[in-house]
Design a protein around this ligand. Structure first.
Ligand code: LLP
Length: 439
């Protein structure tokens, strides 16, 4: 297993930010989500430093769907990033964390009228409009509240990104945004531009997630700028912002070849500057929305190994005390992960194991094949690169409580999210006795 961020090995044992895996589990329980805070803030600064230009303002918008809670939103705010939210719940978390509402972008293909009202009342800075229903509702809400609202329009340039089909977003049949090839789109923009209550500021696009080809992003930028230019000319307007979304691919296993981030971001900026120059278009702000590429490699999950079982065919199963409830990505996207035995980091490889969770579901396999030293019940297993879309997509299937989330930095650990208890599972359950409810 590749050591990431501030991981090290001390006398056979994995440490993260100077703390032994076994100490973390003894103190905070198992399974446990662990976030390497310095690694995260270093990566945030890599984005801020390298996605910057003298020709336009740049804006890094953290896609909070990847991983959010009060602690994380506070870090994002402290580091000066903007924040992308896609629901009333993510918005509520951001506001409670003290994120400046002016720095919030509200996304989503079906924002509920109630969510739009909440967001307008909270003073959300930018609404990324997906369709004309939303536009109509927003206008009504803005008028009722007496507030002007800044909007971007999410458009779909039909760029094919090579990633799992569930996380491609700009093919022509996608549910997100409106197509730039649809003849109705420019009249729609014109309508928004003339709206008394909306400030139409520009376009948003997101081509997909876990995309490794720099070319896909360069092509997206070129197409979006060319389209922006066309709209500016046809409507005689000037656009303030182009938001190019996120989707930058990250490392999970040796099969992945992610970008060297600083180099890629500098090339991306260079490409955008050149394209703007060639087209003669000058939006004031260019934004990107990294989610996975900011948080994923800072997060790891520690599990305790239970039974180890040989079937009559295939690799021996190594059971852990979590599974698809804390990491639904393998069962959902056939996502691949690496692992190591956190207390036997230097022991020689013994055999190929299959790591399975404890849920009543045959597909609850976290890793199909991984080479590990000889494992014994009670050993700790670490799965790195679980920062994104693990905690945020976790569930209580089989009534399994969610693990705690602990941030570690310079030998200190802080609980960001407490472990769920059995009582938490019953929090919203109602008992039968005490009166029937007749509708
Ligand atoms: N901006 C928009 C509008 C998005 O829809 C997304 C992700 C992002 C930014 C951030 O993309 P990222 O940089 O994290 O790739 N649950 C899936 C990923 C779904 C991504 C949804 N949208 C997974 O676990 O792979």
């Amino acid at each position: 297993m590749k050591l990431l961020g501030n991981m090290a090995i001390e006398q056979q044992e994995l440490t993260i930010a100077g703390i032994r895996a076994s100490e973390l589990v003894q103190t905070y329980g198992s399974p446990l989500y662990v976030v390497d805070q310095k690694d995260l803030t270093d990566r945030i600064q890599t984005f801020v430093t390298h996605f910057s230009s003298e020709k336009f303002q740049t804006n890094i918008v953290y896609a909070s769907k990847a991983f959010t809670n009060l602690y994380m939103a506070q870090i994002v705010a402290r580091e000066g990033l903007s924040l992308d939210v896609v629901s009333g719940g993510e918005l509520y978390t951001a506001i409670e964390a003290g994120v400046d509402p002016a720095k919030i972008y509200f996304h989503g293909n079906n924002k509920l009228p109630s969510e739009l009202e909440e967001a307008v009342a909270a003073g959300v800075g930018t609404f990324v409009v997906d369709n004309d229903y939303e536009f109509t509702w927003l206008q009504e809400i803005a008028e009722a509240e007496g507030r002007r609202i800044r909007v971007l329009l999410r458009v779909n340039p039909g760029i094919e990104a090579h990633t799992h089909e569930y996380i491609q977003t700009t093919n022509h049949d996608s549910k997100f945004g409106v197509s730039i090839f649809d003849k109705q789109t420019i009249p729609f923009v014109e309508q928004m531009h003339h709206s008394e209550w909306l400030d139409f500021a520009g376009f948003h696009c997101h081509i997909g997630s876990q995309v490794f080809e720099a070319e896909s992003f360069f092509k997206e930028a070129s197409e979006m700028l060319a389209y922006a230019k066309k709209v500016e000319e046809e409507l005689g307007i000037e656009l303030n912002e182009i938001n190019l979304g996120g989707g930058f691919g990250v490392y999970y296993t040796a099969e992945d070849q992610p970008f060297e981030l600083a180099t890629f971001l500098a090339q991306y900026i260079q490409h955008i500057e050149t394209t703007m120059e060639e087209l003669g278009i000058h939006p004031e702000v260019i934004s990107i929305e990294p989610g996975r590429s900011l948080i994923n490699n800072s997060g790891s999950t520690l599990y305790t190994i239970g039974g180890i079982k040989e079937t009559i065919v295939g690799h021996p199963y190594l059971f852990v005390d979590g599974g698809m409830t804390d990491n639904p990505r393998p069962i959902t996207y056939q996502a691949k992960y690496d692992a190591a035995i956190a207390t036997r980091m230097k022991e020689p490889i013994h055999q190929t194991y299959r790591v399975a969770g404890k849920c009543c579901e045959s597909g609850d396999v976290l890793i199909k094949e991984v080479d590990l030293p000889k494992a014994a019940p009670g050993d700790l297993l670490v799965i790195p690169s679980t920062g994104a879309y693990n905690y945020s997509m976790s569930s209580n299937y089989n009534r399994i409580p969610r693990p705690a989330v602990v941030f570690v930095e310079n030998g200190e650990a802080r609980v960001a999210v407490k472990r769920e208890t059995y009582a938490d599972l019953l929090r919203n359950d109602m008992r039968m006795e005490g009166g029937t409810h007749v509708i």
